[in-house]
Design a protein around this ligand. Structure first.
Ligand code: C5P
Length: 237
């Protein structure tokens, strides 16, 4: 039977083949890791919440003309996507200094960046995902000049779309991580967009509503993920 063979298992998701060689099935798990797998735990129902939140964002981005791998949400924990050859680069967009950037440049967390900051990291667990630039990417053969341009343009456009949308929901988009891949030679947005991969703060109280609650043991982790789904879709669970 060719259907539903597992082909990949990551920290938060499993990927299966489907009857269609151009499409895959992504299964969202409750497992949570931080600091490259050093901290491990479970966030109850995270898989369901991240699947719904990611599906919501992919549908929004599709409407706004950003090519991405999303086909449709199959069930609570499953999403059907186009098969991608993943580009081994993590693209991070930042609006407010936080996390590793705050540390690297010595700015206090929460300080607004006068211009958007775009960063690239080499997706490699053994090396701890080091920060790299366009020259490294080309020298290492991770992506072509054209693909780097595409990823950068899409990342900045996605930032505009998401920042504007979230503002209406009283959420500040501090920073987020994207992954891209190739499908029939086209660069498509892949992976997920969720509280695992974005920093969301309440616009008024500045309360953190993302994975930093798990990373930093702030408590109310599940509640934060539910709150994001609720603000986006009005869905209570
Ligand atoms: O840790 P750092 O400040 O570099 O993270 C920037 C953004 O990228 C955060 O929103 C974080 O959730 C996301 N990120 C991610 N996966 C990684 C590293 C960072 O989703 N491996």
């Amino acid at each position: 039977q060719k259907q539903k063979q597992p082909i990949y298992e990551g920290k938060a998701k499993q990927v299966y083949t489907t009857e269609n060689p151009n499409e895959l099935l992504v299964y969202y798990k409750d497992d949570a890791t931080a600091f490259n797998g050093v901290k491990r735990g479970t966030i109850m129902n995270k898989g369901v919440l991240n699947n719904k939140i990611s599906s919501f964002f992919f549908e929004l981005l599709t409407r706004k003309g950003i090519p991405n791998h999303f086909v449709h949400r199959v069930s609570d924990r499953e999403m059907r996507v186009k098969a991608l050859k993943i580009i081994q680069v993590e693209v991070v967009v930042r609006n407010i200094a936080a996390g590793s950037l705050a540390k690297r440049i010595g700015w206090e967390e929460g300080r607004k960046l006068p211009t958007t900051v775009l960063e690239m990291y080499y997706k490699n667990d053994e090396l701890n995902d080091p920060l790299i630039n366009d020259y490294h990417i080309k020298a290492m053969g991770l992506a072509s000049e054209d693909e780097i341009t595409r990823m950068s343009e899409y990342a900045l456009k996605i930032n505009q779309i998401l920042t504007g949308y979230l503002k209406e929901k009283n959420l500040e988009l501090i920073d987020f991580k994207l992954e891209f891949g190739l499908h029939n030679g086209q660069v498509l947005l892949g992976d997920e967009i969720s509280p695992d991969t974005c920093r969301f703060w309440d616009s008024v109280t500045k309360e953190k509503l993302d994975k930093d609650r798990f990373r930093r043991d702030l408590g109310n982790v599940e509640e934060a993920y539910y709150e994001i789904l609720y603000r986006l879709t009005g869905e209570k669970a």
